[in-house]
Ligand binder design. Structure first.
Ligand code: ADP
Ligand code: MG
Length: 602
C-alpha cells in the first residue's frame, strides 16, 4: 500500500500559518512597524491605501539587511532575534518568532527594498504568494521599505471576510497608536489615501500623548511613578474630571508591549472610585517593567493578553500608585454624586464642568420608602419657579409634533390630569390616576419628547441650528474624525456645522436646541454611537437623534410648576412610545391602589 502521509509544500504551509498571524490589514501594519522598530529605526513611515486592502507600505531608516538576509527573512522561522530557547526570557525585541514576513509573503504581493548600513548596493525583492518573482540590486541609500499589495489575493474567503474600510482603518490606527505610544523616541508618519493622519516627531511620552490625542491632554495628565522589587510602574493617568463616556484611551504596556488586562484595569478604575461615575471610563497610559522571565512572552502574535507571574501582588501596588497620584495632584477625594445642590439651575453650575455630573438612577427607587428627605423639597416655593417663558420655549416645538392617538388605558390615566402633581427630588413626578399613583421619570420623559420632536423635524427638513459666537473646539482622535466625516450628511442635518483643524473639530453651529455647555456631552454620545458600535445603516439616524436628545435633556431636572407638570404628562402621552425613553429606559409606571394597600399592611 502506498504511503498516504506527505509533507505540505512550503507555500501551502505558509498560507495556513499566515491565517493565524495575519488576520487583517492591521496585523500586517503591526508586524512591519514592529520590525522597523526592532531594526533600530529613528523614523518610520506608514502609508496605507484603501484601509490596507490595496497597499500597506512601511519605510524605515533602520539597519537594513544584506542580500542574503533579505532573502532569508521570508523563510518561515527565520529570525535574527533569538538563537536559543533561553533568549526567550531576555527578549528586548518585539518580534522573535520569525513568522511574520513568511506569512505576509504567502498571502500578498510583497516588494522589499533594503540596504545594509554602510553597504553600497541594496537589494530589491518581489515575492507573490511565497514565490520569488524577481531579485535585483537597488540604489537605496538607507533602511528598508516594504510594500504589501493585494492582501489575501489568494485567500478569497479571507478577503471577503474583511470589514468595511472604516473599520479596518480603525484597527490599523489602533495598532499604529499603540506602537507610537510605546516608542515616543521614534518619529512616525502615518498616511491614509495620501492624507497625513499623524506626523509625530521624536518626543518624550507626555509630548507623544499630546501629539496623538490633542493639546488638551497636556493639562489633563497626571504622572505616576513607583518602583518596587517586583515591578516598575510609570506613565500618566488622566484627571478624573476628563473621564469620558467612551472607552477611549486606556493603554497598558509591559516591557514595551501593549497588552490588555481586565484584572489590572480593575485596579485602576477602583482607584478612581467616587471620583467618576460608574458609567465613565478613566483614561490612562501605564507602563510596567518587570524582569522578562516573570511574564510569559510566548504569547500568540495576534493576542494582546500577557500572563504575569506576580499579577496578584502588582494589583495593590498599581491601585495605590494611581490613588496617591490622584491625591497628590490635589484632586478632590470625593465628588458626591448623590448630592444635588438645591438650586443648580444657576448659570454658574451649568457652566462649570464640561461633564455634567451623572444623574444616578436608582431603578428600585420607591418614593414611599424614604420620608426623611421629602421635607427638604420645596417645589412650590415661588423663588424657585423657573422662568415661564423659558419653559414655553422649551416646549414650543413640540406643537409641531405629530399627535398619536392615545390608547384606552392611557386615556384613563390621563383623565385625572387635574389632580395635584408632586415633584420628588426634581427627578420624579408623582400624581394620582384612576388606578392609583402614576410615577414619571422626568428627564426620561423629556428625552422622549425631545426625541420625537427632533425626529419629526429631521424628517421634514434639517434641524434648526444656531451659529456660535465663538467656535466650539473639540479634539478628536484620528479614527473618530474618519467616522465623523463618514456620517457627515446626517450630522449636518442634525444642525451641526464644522471645519477641521487637524483632528480638532471646530464647530461653527450647533443644533438650536442644544446648549453650548452640553455640546461636549452630545459629541461624546455621537462618537460613542458611531465609533464603538456597528450600527445598522437604517438605525444611525435614530441613534444620533437619541444622542442629541439625551444631551439636551441633561439639564431638565428643574423645579416645575403644576402647569408645567401637566403639560409634560400631556405631551408625553401623545406619543405611542411614551412608556420608554428612546434609549430604552422606563419612563412611567403606576402603583395600583392594591399595591399601596399591600405596602402598608406589611
Ligand atoms: P521576527 O521579527 O519574529 O524575527 P519577521 O518575519 O518579522 O520575524 O522578520 C524576519 C527577520 O527579518 C527579522 O528577524 C529581521 O532580521 C529581518 N527584518 C524584518 N524586517 C526588517 C526591517 N524593517 N529592517 C531590518 N531587518 C528586518
Ligand atoms: Mg517581526
Amino acid at each position: 500500500m502506498p504511503e498516504i502521509i506527505h509533507l505540505l509544500p512550503d507555500n501551502i504551509a505558509n498560507q495556513i500559518a499566515a491565517g493565524e498571524v495575519i488576520q487583517r490589514p492591521a496585523s500586517v501594519v503591526k508586524e512591519l512597524v514592529e520590525n522597523a522598530v526592532d531594526a533600530g529605526a529613528q523614523k518610520i513611515e506608514l502609508h496605507v491605501k484603501d484601509a490596507g486592502k490595496t497597499l500597506i507600505q512601511v519605510i524605515d531608516d533602520g539597519k537594513g539587511m544584506s542580500e542574503m538576509d533579505a532573502r532569508m527573512s521570508f523563510e518561515r522561522h527565520a529570525t535574527s532575534k533569538i538563537t536559543s530557547a533561553k533568549d526567550l526570557f531576555q527578549l528586548t525585541t518585539k518580534g522573535f518568532r520569525g513568522e511574520a514576513l513568511a506569512s505576509i509573503a504567502a498571502i500578498a504581493h510583497v516588494e522589499m527594498d533594503t540596504v545594509e548600513k554602510d553597504a553600497k548596493i541594496g537589494t530589491k525583492i518581489q515575492i507573490e504568494g511565497s514565490k520569488l518573482k524577481s531579485q535585483e540590486p537597488s540604489t537605496r541609500l538607507r533602511g528598508t521599505s516594504i510594500s504589501v499589495k493585494n492582501l489575501f489575493f489568494n485567500v478569497p474567503a479571507r478577503r471577503n471576510f474583511l470589514k468595511s474600510d472604516n473599520i479596518e482603518t480603525k484597527h490599523i490606527t489602533e495598532e499604529f497608536e499603540r506602537i507610537a505610544l510605546t516608542h515616543p523616541e521614534v518619529a512616525f508618519v502615518f498616511s491614509h489615501n495620501n492624507n497625513i493622519i499623524y506626523n509625530l516627531e521624536s518626543a518624550n511620552l507626555r509630548k507623544r500623548i499630546v501629539d496623538l490625542y490633542g493639546k488638551g491632554f497636556n493639562t489633563k495628565l497626571v504622572p505616576i511613578e513607583e518602583e518596587t522589587d517586583l515591578v516598575k510602574i510609570y506613565g500618566f493617568i488622566v484627571k478624573p474630571e476628563f473621564s469620558r463616556k467612551t472607552r477611549g484611551e486606556q493603554f497598558l504596556f509591559v516591557n514595551h508591549r501593549f497588552f490588555k488586562d481586565n484584572y489590572l484595569h480593575h485596579a485602576i478604575s477602583s482607584a478612581y472610585e467616587n471620583l467618576i461615575s460608574n458609567k465613565e471610563y478613566p483614561s490612562y497610559f501605564i507602563f510596567f517593567e518587570v524582569t522578562p522571565d516573570t511574564i510569559d512572552v510566548n504569547i500568540h502574535p495576534t493576542k494582546t493578553e500577557i500572563k504575569f507571574q506576580h499579577e496578584k501582588s502588582i494589583y495593590p501596588i498599581l491601585r495605590s500608585t494611581v490613588r496617591s497620584a490622584l491625591g497628590k495632584y490635589n484632586i478632590s477625594p470625593s465628588l458626591d454624586f448623590e448630592h444635588e445642590p438645591q438650586f443648580d439651575l444657576s448659570q454658574e453650575v451649568l457652566k462649570q464642568p464640561v461633564r455634567q455630573p451623572e444623574i444616578k438612577v436608582n431603578t428600585n427607587y420607591n418614593p414611599f420608602k424614604d420620608t426623611s428627605t421629602s421635607s427638604q423639597e420645596k417645589p412650590l416655593s415661588p423663588s424657585l419657579k423657573p422662568n415661564k417663558q423659558e419653559w414655553e420655549d422649551f416646549y414650543k416645538i413640540t406643537e409641531e409634533a405629530k399627535v398619536e392617538q392615545p390608547t384606552e388605558i392611557e386615556f384613563e390615566e390621563k383623565q385625572d390630569n387635574n389632580s395635584l402633581k408632586i415633584q420628588v427630588h426634581k427627578k420624579f413626578l408623582l400624581t394620582q390616576v384612576k388606578s392609583g399613583l402614576l410615577l414619571v421619570h422626568i428627564p426620561r420623559a423629556n428625552e422622549r419628547i425631545l426625541y420625537e420632536t427632533l425626529m419629526e423635524q429631521y424628517m421634514r427638513h434639517p434641524i434648526s441650528s444656531q451659529q456660535l459666537l465663538f467656535p466650539y473646539e473639540y479634539q478628536l482622535q484620528a479614527t473618530q474624525k474618519l467616522e465623523w466625516e463618514n456620517n457627515k450628511t446626517i450630522i449636518q442635518r442634525l444642525g451641526f456645522e464644522w471645519e477641521w483643524n487637524g483632528n480638532m473639530l471646530v464647530l461653527g453651529s450647533i443644533p438650536s436646541i442644544l446648549e453650548v455647555e452640553n455640546t461636549a456631552q452630545c459629541i461624546d454620545n455621537i462618537l460613542n454611537k458611531i465609533t464603538f458600535t456597528e450600527i445598522d445603516k437604517g438605525e444611525i439616524v435614530h441613534e444620533l437623534i437619541v444622542s442629541l436628545a439625551a444631551a439636551t435633556s441633561k439639564n431638565s431636572n428643574k423645579i416645575l410648576s403644576q402647569e408645567e407638570m401637566s403639560y409634560l404628562i400631556e405631551t408625553l402621552f401623545q406619543y405611542e412610545q411614551h412608556q420608554y425613553s428612546p434609549s430604552g429606559k422606563r419612563i412611567i409606571n403606576t402603583i395600583t391602589l392594591d399595591e399601596l394597600n399591600n405596602f402598608l399592611s406589611l
